[in-house]
Design a protein around this ligand. Structure first.
Ligand code: AMP
Ligand code: TRP
Length: 340
């Protein structure tokens, strides 16, 4: 047996966002805004992962609305539908086909370790859908269907990307061919884990029952200002050095958000605001948030008011994605001996 040949893979970027609920500042800072510059250097595919969303119950009308909402957020944030393929996952059937193959590659033990499943399934695991359990194999299929070499995501997706690499490696080993790259997670910027405004130890999440816990990309300036004003803090003024943020999760989070929105480091934020109370810092934070998010929100409203044009963009994106996907799935079927 000869060693598998070392294939080189063209640089390609894939990422996905679930169309469920409202997009948050966490989605924007941790993921979407990092998608934009990659368009100039790489072939990029950005996806509304609707098949992932349905691993938990989704109201049909709400799912359709949320799919267009994420697409509008992508475009309003600067994604260009000519440079990048923007599409929804369910429209490229090859995602589900490759996911089945990966269900046969991934081991139960690997999936049992996934923390997102444990969190989402909660106490009554017997009642979780089989889809929720297999969620990571579909995610690996999303990525490897395009032989993506890089995936921009927030920190919470690290474990899923490790599993994607494990699946690629086992596939390549089992069939003795270097079919798939070992994809690199691209966890970029200073806001890879934006925390809840109500609890600095919890991730800001679109599924948190309290709307006050998050800034939504569609919030208007009043909502943004109110949520920041009500954000949980401690009674101390901001410290004189960044080290002083240790053990103060809420203060640390707000400083991090300010820096990410203003495009400066936490050090610089502390240089400007160290020693000041939240009575001064919170209004400044609200201003910078409104300044950054306001124009994106206005653009989202405009784009969402014309769903027919949006749907045409997504259909075109799906067509281009399929053109890239079909040869890869054909290659996989040939490697496995699935006659076609
Ligand atoms: P989801 O909303 O779970 O589909 O997440 C879409 C993208 O946003 C993923 O890359 C996540 O890692 C990222 N993301 C979600 N919430 C946060 C957060 N609070 N901080 C940073 N990134 C996040
Ligand atoms: N699991 C990701 C999340 O919850 C969404 C996702 C699905 C994804 N498929 C992907 C992200 C492929 C990156 C690449 O955030």
């Amino acid at each position: 047996m000869s060693e598998p040949q070392s294939a080189t893979f063209a640089p390609r970027i894939f990422s996905g966002v679930q169309p469920s609920g409202q997009l948050t500042l966490g989605n924007y800072l941790g993921a979407i805004r990092n998608f934009v510059p990659l368009q100039d250097t790489h072939t990029c595919l950005y996806c509304m992962v609707d098949l992932h969303a349905i691993t938990v119950w989704q109201d049909p009308e709400e799912l359709a609305r949320a799919t267009r909402h994420v697409a509008a957020a992508f475009i309003a944030s600067g994604l260009d539908s000519v440079k990048s393929a923007l599409f929804n996952q369910s429209q490229v059937a090859e995602h589900a086909q490759l996911a089945w193959v990966f269900n046969c590659v991934a081991r139960l033990g690997w999936l049992n370790r996934m923390t997102q499943f444990k969190e989402k399934a909660g106490k009554d695991r017997e009642k979780a859908s089989v889809g929720l359990y297999a969620y990571p194999t579909l995610m690996a299929a999303d990525i490897l269907l395009y032989k993506a070499t890089g995936v921009p995501v927030g920190e919470d997706q690290k474990q899923h990307l490790e599993l994607t690499r494990d699946i690629a490696q086992k596939f390549n080993n089992d069939w003795g061919k270097e079919v798939f790259p070992l994809t690199e997670p691209l966890i970029l910027g200073d806001a890879t884990r934006v925390m809840s405004l109500r609890d600095g130890t919890k991730k800001m999440s679109k599924s948190d029952p309290s709307d006050l816990s998050r800034i939504n990309m569609s919030d208007d300036r009043d909502a943004i200002a109110t949520k920041i004003r009500k954000a949980k803090t401690d009674p101390e003024p901001l410290p004189e050095t960044v080290d002083g943020l240790e053990g103060r999760p809420e203060a640390d989070n707000l400083v991090g958000i300010y820096g990410a929105l203003a495009g400066i480091s936490k050090d610089e934020v502390i240089r400007q605001f160290g020693g000041q109370g939240f009575g001064v810092f919170k209004p400044a934070l609200a201003d910078v948030a409104v300044e950054r998010l306001g124009p994106i929100r206005d653009e989202m409203v405009r784009i969402e008011s014309d769903p027919a044009s949006l749907d045409a963009i997504l259909r075109d994106g799906a067509r281009r994605a399929r053109e890239m996907a079909v040869p890869v799935l054909d290659e996989v079927y040939d490697v496995l001996g699935l006659v076609r």
